[in-house]
Design a protein around this ligand. Sequence first.
Ligand SMILES: C[S@@+](CC[C@H](N)C(=O)[O-])C[C@H]1O[C@@H](n2cnc3c(N)ncnc32)[C@H](O)[C@@H]1O
Length: 354
Amino acid sequence: MAGGKIQKKRHQQAPQQQRWGGGVPFEKSKGQHILKNPMLVETIVQKSGIKPTDVVLEIGPGTGNLTKKLLEVAKSVVAVELDPRMVLELNRRFQGTPHSSRLKVIQGDVLKCELPYFDICVANIPYQISSPLTFKLLAHRPSFRCAVIMFQREFAMRLVANPGDNLYCRLSVNTQLLARVFHLLKVGRNNFRPPPKVDSSVVRIEPRRPLPPVSFKEWDGLMRLCFNRKNKTLGSIFRQKSVLSLLEKNYKTLQALQLTQKEQMEEDKVSSEDVAVLADMVEDLGMGNNSDEKDDEEMQVDDTDMVGEASEGSSFKDKVLGVLRQGDFVEKRAAKLTQGQEALGPSKYSVFVF
Ligand SMILES: C[S@@+](CC[C@H](N)C(=O)[O-])C[C@H]1O[C@@H](n2cnc3c(N)ncnc32)[C@H](O)[C@@H]1O
């Protein structure tokens, strides 16, 4: 171009994508952050307490860094992996090794497939499925001995939170109703390739045996009411017209069905279908549930007038408040109850049928 300046073409470089050995890029949308620290893998396996007779379920084996260590100590490993490229990589890695006959890889979405029998689950999972996966595992029958799982740190802290902790929420109560949960290990983001944006923690989940004799659908309904305004007193929550009319409607339905409390407890008794109900309700149990945080801003507002309080002398209201008074709960707040399942435990929750 005469007289014109020659423009230097800038090389447009594609953003650096992290790849594994075979040169295939990791997919963030599938939560592909593989463990790159062998010491950490070793520690996780050690803390899992796997016996030589154990069948281990691994969710999201990826390129197999954890799978390899699991195969060294377990009887066998069943691994469920969504990404067919990872399944290929995994099969390639273990083909012809002494481990290959003890590894079964299922290609599919762990949330959609039927889980096989397993004694123990060990997994570094994609964090976006944390909540439904936890409840899917807890609904699995026969029940397993324990699950040792890497979660996003905040999710892990919610799982293990105690009454009064800032993070204590419906997720904490519902998980702890079904299992004992222990925080095992803090894991920094640099232990993964590519590093995620958040820190992680390894948690141990031990299903309770036997499960408490409650209907989990009803239980979760009760927890929704209590934790939607977790810093309000239970007395003020259960005096609201809307809450009382919901309870009364359910109470009448129950009476109409002429189910005695005992019969209902028998019917609901710890069936896996019932626990599975919780799995279906978990969409708002994870990190995105901010309803708990509304409380502090709204603490000054007297919502009694806003939503309407059922009139004194209403016999149903008296019944509900009677249950609360009996357990000394009127002035208590969900965030501070000593332990959900004991405080509003099976014997008391039956009046609150949803
Ligand atoms: C955090 S990576 C863990 C990889 C490997 N376990 C490790 O620690 O190095 C999560 C793995 O789960 C897989 N994954 C994602 N969603 C899944 C799903 N719904 N079901 C099964 N696997 C899934 C991903 O493809 C990925 O391999």
